[in-house]
Ligand binder design. Structure first.
Ligand code: SDX
Length: 365
């Protein structure tokens, strides 16, 4: 039997046409398009690209956006369920229950045709922001806001959290966050859900697998960790001591490091610029300055201790953006999922289309 690779590092498990990463050069593309270019589009366009394999023309985009908007609403039964399944410190625990309930209410739940699965994908992409905002409102004992069809995917989510439309720059930041979080090859949650899909389980089961896997602090849960760290550091001058203490006590610093990127994560660069613009616009540089000091300290101290630098990953400046957008801490991982669901469903379909059950071997010791 072959030698095992802890964490499956460097193992190529399958072919995909959904995204491409060059970890040495810091390149990320969804279906052949660079992430820098995608970040300037709408989430609806990028979601269409991921799910359908090509960018929509104007007519296709209008029809897709219309479908998404008409599917945004959730019914009263779902809101009743949300009032009951109140979460503690992590909204994702309730979000996965809400997705399970949506599956049971979906008349196409047992239909595994491509058409039915694409309908389910649209329902999930459209409803996830509404479900999460409703969970948040119910948790506070307040009535959920209805979605606003005049607003984009990102702006509407912020509206449903707050009850007022966000500023233009806030809407842009939320939209970019969803786009840049939408897809990332065989990351842990996507790999996990492809295993579920490979057993020919339904789309909802696969998405719940992905959601559960995203939760951990070594994956999507790191965004929440970054927000907590920014609070804990509190001041740019404390950043170096914080990094030194964490590294000396062999603790992980959230939002740094990546299995694939060796010279920096291109998504982090886009988020950093967005965070800087938010800081300027809001006239409050605090979170940005703490983050930049942490980034510099981590680069310097890791290099000094390990002989190589350490770079921020996608979760680092995204966490900073969430601070500027006043995203509640307990929602952070679920907000990541709102963006990622387009990539997840695309992987689900790719798995169904050329399926063989994923079943590796273990080395018995
Ligand atoms: C995401 O894979 C994807 O694509 C995921 C993702 C996506 O879009 O789906 O990009 C999203 O999950 C980003 C990662 C979020 N997680 C964190 O920010 C948590 C902190 N980072 C790490 O724990 C770590 O860097 C990982 C999990 C991201 C990567 O893990 P690896 O590849 O297994 O690396 P490793 O843990 O083996 O690290 C190598 C060394 C270790 O030291 P030694 O054991 O060799 O002495 O680097 C050290 C680590 O201790 N190290 C860190 C560190 N990251 C790595 N030390 C301190 N702080 C860190 N953040």
């Amino acid at each position: 039997m072959q030698e095992t690779k802890k964490g499956l590092e460097g193992i190529v498990a399958l072919d995909t046409s959904i995204s491409f990463i060059d970890g040495m050069q810091g390149i990320l593309k969804y279906r052949g398009l660079a992430i820098e270019q995608l970040a300037e589009m709408s989430y609806d366009s990028v979601s269409y690209l991921l799910v359908n394999g090509m960018l929509p023309n104007d007519q296709e985009l209008a029809a897709y956006s219309f479908r998404l908007k008409t599917e945004r609403r959730i019914n009263g039964e779902m809101i009743d369920i949300m009032r009951v399944c109140n979460y503690g410190t992590e909204a994702l625990d309730s979000l996965r229950t809400a997705i399970s309930c949506t599956a049971q209410m979906d008349h196409e739940n047992d239909n595994n045709s491509l058409e039915a699965n694409k309908n389910k994908a649209i329902r999930l992409i459209a409803k996830l922001p509404t479900m999460l905002a409703a969970l948040y409102r119910c948790k506070k004992g307040e009535t959920p806001y209805l979605p606003d069809d005049n607003l984009s995917h990102g702006a509407n989510f912020l509206y449903m959290l707050r009850g007022e439309a966000p500023s233009a720059i806030e809407a842009e930041a939320m939209e970019k966050d969803f786009i840049i979080s939408a897809e990332h090859e065989l990351n842990p949650s996507t790999f996990a859900l492809r295993i579920t899909a490979s057993t020919l389980a339904d789309v909802y089961s696969a998405i719940i697998t992905g959601l559960c896997t995203l939760k951990g602090p070594l994956h999507g849960g790191a965004r929440k960790g970054v927000m907590e760290m920014l609070d804990e550091v509190g001041n740019p001058e404390n950043a170096n001591a914080y990094v030194l203490h964490k590294l000396a006590s062999k603790q992980k610093i959230m939002g740094f490091g990546h299995r694939v990127y060796r010279t920096g994560d291109p998504r982090s660069r886009i988020f950093k610029e967005m965070a800087r613009r938010l800081a300027d616009e809001k006239g409050d540089p605090t979170w940005y300055e703490i983050a930049e000091s942490l980034e510099h300290a981590m680069y310097r101290e890791f290099l000094e201790m390990r002989g190589r630098p350490m770079y921020p990953n996608v979760d680092f400046y995204s966490g900073v953006i969430y601070k500027y957008l006043d995203i509640p801490l307990e929602l952070a991982t679920s907000v990541f999922a709102i963006g990622r669901v387009s990539g997840w469903t695309a992987h689900c379909f790719e798995q169904y289309m050329d399926n063989r059950v994923i079943r590796p071997r273990a080395h018995y010791v």
